[in-house]
Design a protein around this ligand. Structure first.
Ligand code: FE2
Length: 434
């Protein structure tokens, strides 16, 4: 059974891997069925408004408190802001990062070790901000489980498929899909197709929710019916394994004598979800002009309604462009929020030869950007019949706080040191001799 995920509407979902587990009329009976224990996982403060309150009751074999002592562990390239370098006002762009070969001793890395942080703002301690990572996973997590206490994870594969087994069930996500893993939920990632790479947004602020639709009405953008939560699923395995927890930017490891994926049934709404970004219902102008990218908002972690969100996800799927007498690509602009853009599929045109899948750009707050000279010259004079933007899937994370870039991302060979050059050569027409 697949359930619709009604983000932000406070609804109660439930799922049983075996019938007769969930109690009726109460969530914490004196004796849960079949020797299970009940455990409450709260994703928001207890007294959060009903429409925003997030919590899940789980019925599991062993309570989560059964684990060894946490010891500090190595974090490798999975970093947490604040970083060393100050926020950088330059326009920045990265080619797709190479994925390490498989089968080479000492180079294989699972989903967690394969995380590489590009940029971030805020901090998990302050419970605001976000970080943008890429991941390059060449090995499955086997006897290792991960819990991110710092933030919710928004995972978007570009290549390869991820099987994400969580306490609340399993999600398989491939290119074009996204998975939302709530803060504090334990999970393991396996690779059914072999290596996988893609993008991850770690959200330290308010949980992602569907944005309000305002004058759009009751339909459109990311529809609630297209979000799916997993069925309850469990494994009872007594074995030595490790629980890795990211807590306030530090990695900690504790031993476990059993798999923590032992939840047989659950009830609540602090649950993982997946969404196919090709299901996003894109809206746009039917006459003239270039609407703001907010029309592509799929999920929002709100912050300030004037200065911008903590992290807003925009999805730009294949769509028709029909505007008349209009410069159709994104024009020259400056923006009070930071924009991190990543390419999932196809090619993102608009400036500097485009970007390939896995490539990304960052235009920090107020950084001027727009079409390169070639794109500008072409699109100011081109005929404008209706045109389908085919085979292209792009996302953007907008955040009100400037994004700091990690030193390792600035020194990576994939960092394009000539990105600014593509705007050079602009011809001034105003006041020029006839
Ligand atoms: Fe922009």
């Amino acid at each position: 059974m697949t359930l619709t995920y009604q983000i932000g509407f406070g609804n109660e979902l439930e799922s049983e891997a075996e019938p007769g587990i969930l109690p009726h009329g109460r969530n914490s009976p004196q004796r849960p069925a079949r020797g299970l224990v009940s455990e409450l996982i709260s994703g928001t403060t207890f007294t959060a408004p009903r429409s925003l309150n997030r919590r899940t009751y789980v019925f599991r074999a062993m309570p989560s408190v059964i684990h060894g002592r946490y010891q500090p562990a190595e974090s490798k390239t999975f970093a947490t802001p604040p970083f060393n370098s100050p926020p950088n006002p330059n326009q920045m762009r990265w080619d797709p990062f190479d994925v390490p070969d498989t089968g080479v001793p000492d180079t294989e890395q699972d989903f967690v070790d394969g995380m590489f942080t590009i940029c971030g703002n805020g901090s998990p301690n302050g419970q605001s901000g976000t970080a943008l990572h890429i991941y390059r996973a060449t090995a499955p997590m086997t006897d290792r489980f991960f819990l991110d206490a710092d933030g919710e994870l928004l995972v978007m594969p570009v290549g390869g498929t991820l099987l994400v087994s969580t306490e609340l069930g399993r999600l398989q996500v491939g290119p074009g899909e996204l998975a939302l893993i709530p803060r504090g939920i334990k999970f393991r990632v396996e690779l059914p197709d072999g290596p996988s790479f893609g993008f991850v947004c770690e959200n330290y602020g308010l949980p992602f929710r569907l944005p309000e639709l305002g004058l759009i009405g009751s339909n459109g953008l990311a529809n609630a019916v297209d979000f799916h939560v997993p069925d309850a699923w469990y494994e009872i395995e007594e074995k030595a394994c490790t629980l890795t927890q990211k807590f306030c930017g530090t990695f900690w490891e504790a031993s476990l004598g059993h798999s923590p994926l032992d939840v047989v049934a659950w009830r609540g709404n602090h649950v993982p979800a997946k969404f196919n970004m090709y299901d996003f219902v894109a809206l746009g102008t039917a006459t003239v002009d270039h609407p703001d990218p907010s029309i592509f908002c799929a999920l929002s972690s709100p912050s300030d309604e004037v200065l911008g969100g903590n992290a807003d996800l925009m999805v730009l799927p294949p769509r028709w462009a029909v505007a008349e007498d209009t410069f159709r690509p994104p024009g020259f602009h400056r923006n009070c929020v930071a924009e991190y853009l990543g390419v999932i599929a196809g090619k993102h045109f608009g400036k500097a030869g485009g970007l390939s899948p896995g490539g990304a750009s960052l235009h920090n707050n107020w950084a001027a950007h727009g079409p390169d000279v070639e794109t500008f010259e072409l699109n100011r004079s081109v005929e404008l019949p209706p045109r389908k933007i085919e085979d292209s899937l792009v996302f953007m994370i907008e955040s009100r706080q400037p994004l700091q870039v990690t030193d390792m991302a600035l020194s990576a060979p994939e960092f394009q040191r000539d990105y600014r050059d593509h705007w050079q050569g602009f011809v001034r027409r105003f006041g020029a001799p006839a």
